[in-house]
Design a binder for this molecule. Structure first.
Ligand SMILES: [Zn+2]
Length: 708
């Protein structure tokens, strides 16, 4: 995913936020954030000739009554928006979702066959059994809450704060991702991310993140208006889950649990601060925790977490860690045990009888995101299988759905766009030779993974049982945690993938100066083998440019060519770069999807820089690829028009109001409508659509932001 810097790393496009993803089995995660694109798989190699009448984008989805210079998104997508209904099981719909639906169907076929195979491989048997266990609703119903009882008994047996601290350690999982997928959310007290050390690229480091909230962010606990209403619904949800499990005194307990989470929220860092790498890079020795964050029994915590031998940590939100640790000391043991009981049940709900799964969706899907209908069980089963055994599924997906020709064309496009980016570096007039030299070194060191990993993950040690849906999920999450712990003390593996091949997204890995483009994004509308180059460069080309630019955006500026946290800009260059960033932030601050809520220009800055520079670079690369060829008008559209329409149509999207509001608060990507309007910063867009001063999207030449 691309995201980061918000998308400091990968930036995936638009997805929804990290929050949804973390809630397995509930509302289906929105499309990934980040960008990327992908080529279609046509096998016809070489020169794909444009075919009149079908040049790869959806002319019928345009609204020609809209003026391109006033509302380019509607000009490119207005009829599609008018005629498209968001599926009832989604909180939003866009190009990612469109492709994701196809990837789901393809994956379903793989998993259903794997479940039936007689002489299956070990991996094939595991994915088939995992999927089948999740699909076995009758078996799940018959067991009631039995699968979660052992965990509830263990919570009940916690006798003191030391045992509580150990339990928090034992519940730690590798369920967050700071810089690659920018997934900051975990409902566990803390989250762990193991990745290359910010300050020492030769080693991996454990990054500790704040967590512990059932709702997506501190604002949901502390703000008024709609948030106050959601809190009431959340409290009712807690009471309902406890009641379903037969827990006595559910109403009073729900009130206490909400109060405890509200106290946790007060200690939490904001999304903006969490997104600030320099605020996060705090090295703590294990021995520092007791003094810097007193309250929790840290020795017991690290023992429980299997981290006893780890001496160094990076603590991303020190104030939150201190605040939550203090709460462990000051809040009654029983309050914590009630809190743990609810979260154990809530997390298990997608794998428990229907009443639990339905209640889980009613809150996280409908109340929180406005999604009317729960997605079909098989879709949740695929999401869950991907989460547990994603590369085993991905290997089969790639065998069936990704052609060598697609890989070849995508690799070539990346090569052209990287070359175009190099020319842009050379051409920046104001930049000092020193900064340019670093930028060129970083570009030269950029590595690209296309389609699928060269080496696949080994799941041999993961125990999967065909009759144990919850146990499978718990063992998979522990397996993943231990896989990450095993990286500590070892050199960084630069071949590891952080996205699945069957995921529609793209990713920049900032700490490793590396890009990842999964097979599934290399499909229309991002990449269409039947489309002419103009459309493909505007769509997937813009996405590729976006990911490349993340290595050079406000976050990329922080990491040198080895991935070390070391700003490689001279101070005077950085000042100009930041001025351009401030202008772009102001441009996005002015977009108001709702009268009371604007896009957050600062939160989305890294993604917007990546869009502006990525699209500009893709445009250059397109022009270079067309040298010596006659410009061809197709269906009345010039090549430049098709390029910009390709971009704007890649960002077509609709969202339900609650989901859009959540996304604006927590997502580092601006809504698709405004990403489409990136075009106004490119000079070539103006003559292409005859945009004049006075039109709403018109920017005077000196107001067009040029970052690279
Ligand atoms: Zn991005």
């Amino acid at each position: 995913m691309l995201a980061i810097a918000p998308c400091r790393s990968a930036l995936v496009l638009a997805l929804v936020a990290a929050l949804t993803t973390a809630m397995a089995g509930c509302d289906r995660p929105e499309p990934p954030r980040g960008t990327d694109a992908k080529p279609v798989a046509a096998h016809a190699a070489a020169a794909v000739k444009p075919v009149l009448g079908s040049f790869g984008f959806d002319a019928s989805g345009m609204d020609r009554s809209a003026a391109a210079g006033d509302d380019f998104f509607s000009f490119a997508n207005g009829t599609w928006v008018k005629n498209t209904e968001i599926p009832a099981d989604r909180s939003s719909y866009n190009s990612f979702a469109l492709i994701t639906e196809q990837a789901l169907k393809d994956t379903r076929a793989i998993l259903e066959e794997a479940g039936k195979e007689q002489a299956a491989t070990q991996d094939s048997k595991k994915i088939g059994d995992y999927y089948a266990a999740f699909m076995d609703e009758a078996g799940i119903e018959a067991k009631g809450t039995a699968p979660v009882e052992a965990e509830l008994d263990a919570i009940s047996a916690i006798a003191d704060k030391s045992a509580l601290s150990r339990a928090f350690g034992a519940s730690l999982r590798a369920d967050v991702d700071l810089l690659n997928a920018t997934d900051y959310y975990t409902d566990r007290l803390f989250g762990l991310w193991v990745s290359q050390d910010l300050k020492n690229p030769a080693e991996n480091a454990p990054y500790l993140l704040q967590g512990g909230l059932g709702m997506p962010d501190r604002d949901f606990y502390l703000e008024g208006g709609r948030m106050a209403d959601l809190r009431k619904q959340y409290q009712a949800h807690i009471a309902k889950v406890l009641t379903l499990a037969g827990v006595a005194d559910a109403g009073a307990k729900a009130a206490r649990i909400l109060a405890l989470e509200t106290a946790i929220a007060q200690s939490h860092a904001s999304q903006l601060d969490t997104n600030d790498v320099e605020k996060g890079a705090n090295a703590w020795a294990q021995s520092d925790f007791a003094a810097k964050a007193p309250g929790l029994d840290w020795t017991a915590f690290f023992n429980g977490a299997g981290l006893k031998a780890q001496s160094q940590f990076i603590v991303w939100q020190p104030r939150a860690v201190a605040g939550m640790s203090a709460l462990v000391a000051t809040q009654p043991l029983d309050a914590w045990k009630e809190y743990l009981t609810f979260h154990a049940l809530d997390r298990a709900s997608p794998y428990l009888p229907k009443a639990f799964a339905d209640e889980h969706f009613a809150f996280y899907g409908t109340a929180l995101n406005g999604t009317p209908k729960q997605q079909d069980r098989w879709k949740s089963a695929i999401d869950d299988t991907n989460q547990a055994l994603g590369e085993a599924v991905g290997k089969l997906y790639v065998d069936r759905h990704f052609s060598p020709e697609t890989k070849r064309r995508a690799d070539e496009m990346v090569k052209n766009i990287v070359a175009a980016f190099g020319k842009r570096i050379d051409a920046v007039a104001w930049m000092t030779p020193e900064t340019k030299r670093h930028a060129k070194a970083k570009l030269a060191g950029l590595r690209v993974g296309m389609g699928y990993p060269d080496k696949w993950r080994d799941y041999a040690a993961l125990d999967v049982r065909r009759n144990d849906a919850l146990g499978n999920a718990q063992r998979a999450s522990l397996f993943e945690y231990r896989r990450n712990l095993a990286k500590l003390g070892k050199p960084v593996d630069h071949e590891e993938w952080f996205l699945l091949p069957q995921t529609v997204n793209a990713l920049n890995v900032p700490l490793e100066n590396r890009l990842i483009f999964p097979a599934a994004i290399l499909q229309p509308p991002f990449f269409d083998g039947a489309a002419d180059d103009a459309v493909n460069y505007g769509a997937i080309g813009g996405v590729i440019g976006h990911e490349i630019t993340h290595s050079f955006d406000n976050s990329g500026a922080l990491f040198d060519e080895t991935g070390r946290l070391a700003n490689w800009w001279t101070p005077e260059d950085l000042e100009r770069f930041e001025a351009a960033g401030a202008a772009l932030a102001a441009q996005y601050d002015a977009y108001k999807p709702f009268p009371d809520l604007a896009v957050n220009g600062k939160l989305t800055l890294g993604e917007n820089i990546a869009d502006v520079a990525g699209l500009a670079t893709a445009y250059d690369a397109y022009k270079l690829s067309q040298q010596g060829k006659p410009a061809q008008t197709i269906e009345g559209f010039t090549p430049d028009q098709r390029f910009f329409l390709g971009w704007a149509q890649a960002w077509r999207s609709k969202a339900r109001e609650p989901a859009l509001r959540n996304s604006i608060l927590t997502n580092v990507h601006a809504p698709g409508r405004y990403r489409a309007e990136t075009v106004r910063n490119l000079d070539a867009w103006y003559p292409a659509f005859d945009v004049k001063p006075g039109q709403q999207r018109y920017l005077a030449p000196d107001k067009r932001v040029k970052v690279w």
